[in-house]
Write a new protein. Structure first.
Length: 304
């Protein structure tokens, strides 16, 4: 089991400088940027937008060179305290070889985002041993719950917090303790076999996705199983799998059945319905922090 010590970045107090970047898909319009600035300001943070965030190159927010330039500029800037990704989409994987991990390790700062940002979380965890935050993107319409969770996890002093929601159900009983890892299933499957894949040995694995057919979820979980990634996890927590395409086969093999099959195959404590994913109300999860998954009671306790 990998026993390296994971470090938290500094907490974000009012007045800190938070960079806004678009390392993946393009913004819909300037209103996405305006909302991102307003969201940062609402926490008392000073927003600093990347030079290239409004660019577009098809399904990317500008060229790889420009997206990487914005990201690395802020990683190298000691006056920047956090990097908040404006949206997901696709494109972070294309940048991983060029990210200045040494600058981030020298001056740790909070990395916030989800979906395609899973790739950045995984790479930073491997290269910098730094806790990062799987949470809402900067352009999101923040609900009260999402806002409260983000503010609590990145801005307040805490020793533990507990996630216990009525939506959580038990798939495999038991209790497990391990390091939080995971995020978007498609990205984790795509990173498998690369130097940027997260270390899942002894991990509490969080999984979510959007727009994927049930058979594709099955295939990606199978890929992780065959590659060995799921064979040494300590616990498993499925979040939301939203916008599943309609298909007649869903009636015979619904998502619920597929997730239950993999919970049984992994043979570890497993819950479903954790508020993580492409949903309005979502918690912020410090990836790399230690957590206790109590599947019997349907709760997840995160430790600092």
């Amino acid at each position: 089991m990998r026993m390296c010590v994971m470090h938290f970045p500094p907490m974000l107090a009012p007045g800190v400088r938070v960079a806004l970047v678009a390392p993946a898909g393009p913004l819909r319009d300037v209103q996405d940027l305006e909302r991102s600035i307003a969201n940062a300001s609402s926490f008392g943070w000073v927003a600093v937008a990347g030079e290239h965030v409004l660019e577009r190159d098809g399904y990317l927010a500008g060229s790889d060179e420009h997206r990487l330039a914005d990201l690395n500029r802020f990683l190298r800037d000691d006056s920047i305290d956090a990097v908040w990704c404006i949206r997901g989409g696709y494109g972070v994987m294309r940048l991983l070889e060029g990210v200045d991990y040494e600058a981030l390790a020298r001056r740790p700062k909070a990395i916030i985002g989800y979906s395609d940002i899973t790739a950045l979380h995984a790479a930073v965890g491997r290269r910098c041993n730094l806790v990062t935050y799987h949470g809402a993107t900067a352009r999101a319409q923040l609900t009260e719950m999402t806002r409260k969770s983000l503010a609590t996890v990145v801005s307040e002093t805490w020793t533990t917090f507990t996630i216990a929601e009525p939506s959580i159900t038990t798939l495999e009983a038991g209790t497990a303790r391990g390091r939080l890892a995971g995020g978007n299933l498609a990205l984790l499957a795509a990173l498998a076999g690369t130097p940027y894949a997260p270390d899942l040995d002894g991990a509490i694995l969080l999984l979510e996705d959007v727009g994927e057919a049930v058979y594709r979820v099955d295939r990606m979980l199978t890929q992780l199983w065959l590659g060995g990634s799921l064979r040494s996890i300590a616990g498993l927590a499925f979040g939301s799998f939203t916008e599943i395409p309609d298909d007649p086969s869903n009636a015979q093999r619904p998502l619920e059945r597929v997730l239950a099959e993999f919970a049984e195959r992994c043979g570890v404590p497993c819950i479903r319905g954790v508020p993580i994913g492409h949903i309005d109300d979502q918690y912020t999860y410090p990836l790399g922090a230690t957590a206790i998954l109590n599947a019997d009671e349907g709760i997840l306790v995160v430790e600092r």
